[in-house]
Unconditional design. Sequence first.
Length: 197
Amino acid sequence: MGISDPQWEAYQSGLPIGIDLKRSDIAKNLGTYVVNASATFRAGMLVQLNSSQELIVCDGTTPMGFAKYDVATALYETVVDELIQLNGVVATSLANANLFVGNGIRVSTAVQGGGTTHAVTTDYTVNTTNGTVTRVGGGGIADGAYVYVTYMYEIPNSKMQFEGRNFWNVNNAVEFTNARMTVITGQSIVFTSQYDQ
C-alpha cells in the first residue's frame, strides 16, 4: 500500500467520532476487559487496567491499548478557535450550544491560545446551555474586539445519526456487552482523534 493510498489520508470526518475504523489497520482487538463502573471514555482514547484489573482512562503510567468503542452517556466534539466578535455586554452565540463544563472554555486574542488568554468572570461570562459568550464591561476585552474561542459541546442526536454511535447505535457500548470493552492492542495503525480529559 503506497503512501498516496486514500487509506493513509489524515483522519477525516465531518464529525470526529473518536476512531476511524475504516482506515485503521488493527492486528488484535480483544473484547474481554471489564470496564470500571465509573469510567467514561471515547473510542480511540488510550486505556489501562486499574488495580482491580478493570479498564480506566490511561493516566500515562501503564497504557495497554485503545478503546474501540465509547463508554459515555453523551458524546462531545471539540471546536478550536471559533472566531466571534464581542460587542458591548450583549451575549454572542457560538456555533453550538450545550457546552462541556468540565474542560472550560478558552477565549484568546490569537489562534491556538496565542496572544492574551482572557479570564472568565473578569473578562467574559459563558452560558453553557445556550452556548453564548458575553463581554464583561471594564474587563480586558475591548468593545467590538474579535476573539478566538475553543470549547467542547455535546453532539445532538440530529447531528450524530449513525456516524457518532457504535455498532448497537447507542453511545455507551458497555450497556450491551455486560460491562465489557474491546481494546485494540498489539501492533496496529489507529486513526484517532486526540483526547485528554
